[in-house]
Design a protein around this ligand. Structure first.
Ligand code: UDX
Length: 428
């Protein structure tokens, strides 16, 4: 039986809530400190404020005994480990906004003033390399009036995919532990004992860099696949056949080689931009990373050009958008590739009817002017054109529904979903 710890988690969002719920599920006593009172009470009622497969069940099993949510920092004063899981949103120039990291570190420091033991403050948020050394450590120590050997510091990045976060947490490829000293590293390693996965122990700054580099590399694989896809389309070659042959090389691997409308989400665009900003700060010119973003921004426009190639003008034409979420199995629309496509189409006077199994309510808040269909059929009814923009598995089973469209149906894919001859894709 692995040791159990008392753990405080600052931030009950995608990362903090999943991390807290899973550590409670593993037997630890967890307090999630969430500034949003409604979110805190929702968690305490066992109702997840975000959608994550398996989260509701874990909350039901842990809330009230091992898991509590609160707006107070009180639990920090007796916690063995304190995780910082607050957001690091992008500034206008693409750099990371670290205000929430700083305020969490200050609040933690203040709450540690009378801590009787050796708390380990652990950053899980994605932060630019150097943040732990330059911000977290000085703010925590400065506000706790404790000396450096009374508090441990670690950096423990997450590699959770939205929609599969519980699975990724409980079955990690690797556990990265950056630490300020062996004592802190040992405590964090013990916390993770019950999970399998390679444990990589390194410095605080290297751990921060591992996270950025992992996301930037995954984003690079996607933009690389999209660039190859754009070339293959001109050659009349199926990029999916090409990438199948490429991905069988054990040095490359088959994952994240799916060409299409590009990457969205709250991580890849933000983290690549932050890395670009950091590179410039240290006097490097991130040519490759800039092109990863450039290719990604071009892909949705290629989708719109394809519509215009097929329809001529889109003015007054009914266009069905299937998929609004940035990917399947989530209601999250952050940086979804559907957004620039829809904006360009309504700019040119198209009559857009969108359908998504989960994300319509969120999209209504940023694009209220289009129609939101309750079903695929309603979206396709008399449509001049259909765009598949999110890889929802149910879209791959669509068939007869396309006969509802004006004929011959113009079906275009931003994601490779339909196995039909009468379909054209952004890169195929
Ligand atoms: C990503 C990383 O995978 C995860 O490890 C990290 O912790 C957070 O960021 P996530 O943003 O949830 O996770 O989504 P992911 O499943 O990685 O997909 C990101 C985007 O890339 C989606 O828009 C998806 O449609 C797109 N994608 C993914 C491709 O276009 N091609 C691919 O081959 C894979």
């Amino acid at each position: 039986m692995s040791a159990t710890f008392s753990v405080s988690i600052i931030g009950g969002g995608y990362v903090g809530l999943v991390t807290g719920a899973c550590f409670a599920y593993l037997g630890n006593k967890v307090t999630i400190i969430e500034v949003d009172e409604q979110k805190a009470s929702s968690i305490n009622m066992g109702i997840p404020p975000i959608y994550e497969q398996g989260l509701e069940k874990i909350l039901k099993d842990t809330v009230g005994n091992r898991l509590t949510a609160t707006t107070s920092y009180e639990s920090v004063s007796t916690s063995d480990i304190v995780f910082i899981c607050v957001g690091t949103p992008p500034n206008n120039d693409g750099s990371s906004n670290l205000q929430y990291i700083r305020s969490a570190a200050i609040s933690i420091g203040t709450s540690l003033m009378n801590h009787p033991g050796y708390p380990v403050v652990t950053v899980k948020s994605t932060v630019p390399p150097g943040t732990c050394e330059k911000i977290v450590i000085p703010e925590v120590l400065g506000n706790s009036l404790k000396t450096a050997n009374c508090v441990g510091f670690c950096m423990n990045p997450e590699f959770l995919r939205e929609g599969r976060a519980i699975e990724d947490f409980l079955h990690p490829d690797r556990i990265v532990i950056g630490s300020s000293d062996k004592r802190a590293e040992t405590i964090l390693r013990t916390l993770y004992t019950s999970l399998n996965g390679n444990v990589i122990c390194t410095s605080l700054t290297a751990a921060e860099m591992i996270k950025y580099t992992a996301n930037a590399f995954l984003a690079t694989k996607i933009s690389f696949s999209n660039e190859i896809g754009n070339i293959c389309k001109k050659l009349g070659v199926d990029v999916y056949e090409v990438m199948k042959g490429v991905g069988l090389d054990h040095r490359i691997g088959p994952h994240f080689l799916n060409a299409g409308a590009g990457f969205g989400g709250s991580c890849f665009p933000k983290d690549v931009s932050a890395l670009i900003s950091l590179a410039k700060e240290v006097g490097e010119d991130p040519i490759l990373l800039r092109s990863v973003i450039e290719v990604n921004e071009q892909q949705p426009l290629k989708m719109v050009n394809l519509v215009k190639k097929k329809l001529g003008s889109v003015k007054g034409k009914k266009i069905a958008i299937l998929g609004l979420a940035f990917k399947d199995n989530t209601d999250d629309i952050r940086d979804s590739r559907s957004i620039p496509v829809i904006n360009a189409l309504i700019q040119d006077g198209a009559d857009v009817h969108a359908y998504d199994p989960m994300a319509s309510e969120h999209m209504k808040t940023i694009i209220p002017s289009i129609s939101y269909a309750e079903s695929v059929s309603a979206a396709l009814q008399d449509a001049d054109c259909c765009l598949v923009m999110t890889e929802w598995p149910q879209f791959s089973h669509l068939s007869d529904e396309f006969s509802l469209m004006k004929q011959p149906a113009v079906i275009l894919e931003g994601r490779r979903m339909l196995n039909r001859d009468d379909v054209e894709g952004i890169c195929w």
